[in-house]
Structures are given as C-alpha cells and as structure tokens.
Design a binder for this molecule. Structure first.
Ligand SMILES: [Fe+2]
Ligand SMILES: [Fe+2]
Length: 193
C-alpha cells in the first residue's frame, strides 16, 4: 500500500469520527504540516499522517477515551484528570498506535504532545504542534501573526504559541499542563543563554 492510499484511507476514516468542521480542520492541518515539514526538513509522510490523524478521538465520548487509554496502559495524573480537553491527544496517540497499528514513536509523540508541547520536542513534534494552529481555516485573534511566525522560524512560532496558550489558560484560571510549562521554560532558558 502506498503512502498516498494510506492518506486517503485515513481521510475517509476520520470523516466517520468527527463533524464537518473538524474534518476540514484536520485536512488543512495535514496540508500545513506537510508544508512546514518540507520547509524545515522534517519527515513529510510522517507529518501528513500525524496531521490528518491528530484529532481522531477528539469527538469520542470521555468515558470511551478513558477506557482506550486504560487499555493502552496509560494512567492519568491528577492534573491530567482536571483537563478532559487534553485527553484526546493521549487517547488519539494510543488509537493510532494500538488500533490503527501505526508503530512509529515520532508519530505517536507528535500526536501525544500536539496540545501541550513538552521539553525536548523533535522536529516532527514541533511541526505538528504549530500546524495545528496555523492551518488555512484558522482565523482567531492573532492567527495572522502566528502564521507569519511559522514561516520565519519554528522556535519563534513555538514561543508565541506557548506564551499565548499559558496566558490564556491562566486568565481563565485553568490548570496548565506541566509539559507546557516545561516546553516554555526550555525555550526561554535557551533563548537567554
Ligand atoms: Fe487537538
Ligand atoms: Fe487540531
């Protein structure tokens, strides 16, 4: 099976698992992931696969996601339990590895950390993290600045994305994932050396 037919199959599969809006987001995200992978030298096929599949469990009921993660041997921390919106990145990675049988650690981690980031991210992980909020349909306040930054450097886009995400969560008095703080601190430490 060629990668192209895999991609078409993944597209058909996700279409059965989400609404139209998220489907369009996923297709745009995969396109942007391919663009950024080509630009920054990440694996293009992996970027396309991780991109199209990254939100595959986002509309799966929470109890099913919990079951899926449990089956895959994941034990959520107390902090992770407080943020059900983030579960889809963990359950999605498990789904891709354990249900779709895509055994690639970098794809697993790219999906696993696409919402929170983490310290020591691979090139593919950064590409997926950034592609998620710079796809074609994204029109939130600041989207143009973000898309511009993504064209300039991955680090710059990571910095703006993480800073935005942390301030947004704090302003809404929500918890901030430890991995997000780690990613942000790592970036700032490297910048200030
Ligand atoms: Fe997501
Ligand atoms: Fe997404």
């Amino acid at each position: 099976m060629t990668e192209l037919s895999c991609y078409e199959e993944y597209k058909s599969l996700i279409k059965t698992k989400m609404g139209e809006k998220r489907y369009i987001h996923s297709v745009n995200m995969a396109k942007q992931a391919v663009h950024l992978a080509e630009k920054y030298g990440a694996d293009v096929e992996k970027a396309e696969t991780a991109g199209i599949l990254h939100d595959i469990t986002k509309e799966m009921p929470e109890d099913e996601q919990l079951q899926l993660m449990k089956k895959s041997g994941i034990i959520l921390t107390k902090l992770q339990m407080t943020a059900p919106k983030l579960w889809h990145s963990i359950s999605g990675a498990c789904y891709i590895r354990d249900v779709l049988n895509i055994k690639d650690e970098d794809i697993f981690n790219a999906v696993r950390y696409h919402t929170t980031g983490r310290s020591g991210m691979s090139l593919l992980e950064k590409v997926i993290f950034i592609a998620d909020f710079t796809g074609e349909e994204r029109d939130y306040n600041g989207a143009e600045e973000m898309k511009q930054a993504a064209e300039e450097s991955l680090e710059k886009a990571m910095e703006i994305g993480l800073a935005f995400s942390i301030s947004d969560l704090v302003s809404r008095r929500m918890t901030v994932a430890t991995e997000t703080l780690d990613a942000y601190n790592e970036l700032m430490m490297n910048k200030n050396i």
